[in-house]
Design a protein around this ligand. Structure first.
Ligand SMILES: [Zn+2]
Length: 66
């Protein structure tokens, strides 16, 4: 039997930008990371926070010992 559980959405720190709201992107040729450009974080759109909704699928089977 499979049941689906939903958890209430929670506000969490954006893990893409660590809450800064912006990320530093480096060109592919910039191996030393000296020419980064600051861009708005696409995950949280600059807010530094995201709303996380969780859907958990629970599988239940009989415990049978052979
Ligand atoms: Zn972010």
């Amino acid at each position: 039997m499979i049941t689906t559980r939903y958890q209430h959405p929670t506000v969490e720190l954006c893990r893409t930008c660590q809450g800064d709201g912006e990320v530093i992107k480096y060109p592919n040729w910039d191996v030393l990371h000296q020419h980064g450009e600051t861009e708005m974080c696409e995950t949280c759109e600059g807010t530094g926070r995201v709303i996380v909704s969780k859907k958990i699928e629970v599988t239940v089977v009989p415990f049978k010992i052979k």
